[in-house]
Design a protein around this ligand. Structure first.
Ligand SMILES: [Zn+2]
Length: 113
């Protein structure tokens, strides 16, 4: 492992790691709140920072075959959700390269800059 480098977002509406509060993504990157994970509700985002990916796995989901990898906080190594790498069904292709964060594992942080 190299030197741990945590990035910061310059935004008034952030989602952060529920454990260590590392910045993860901006409210502007939110695509959908209509997802579910093992821990409850989950959100789909365009871009997430300060995470690393686990092993690529094929998963048969309600919406067909996908390949996904779990994502973990780069700072505290807590699992935060997963990344869609590939989707079989054409109508699910929009999820490729996008990130799921589980609502119960993250926090919303808002402040005035
Ligand atoms: Zn963390």
């Amino acid at each position: 492992m190299g030197k741990l480098h945590i990035d910061y977002l310059d935004s008034g509406q952030l989602y952060v790691c529920g454990i260590c509060k590392a910045h993860l993504t901006d409210h502007k990157e939110l695509i959908s709140k209509d997802f579910w994970a093992g821990t409850g509700k989950a959100y789909l985002y365009n871009k997430v920072i300060n995470v690393y990916s686990g092993i690529l796995e094929e998963r048969m989901l309600r919406t067909g075959l996908h390949s996904c990898c779990d994502i973990f906080c780069k700072s505290c190594e807590n699992k935060l959700g997963w990344k869609y790498v590939w989707a079989l069904e054409p109508e699910q292709k929009y999820k490729e390269g996008k990130f799921i964060l589980e609502k119960n594992l993250i926090e919303k942080a808002e402040w005035d800059l």
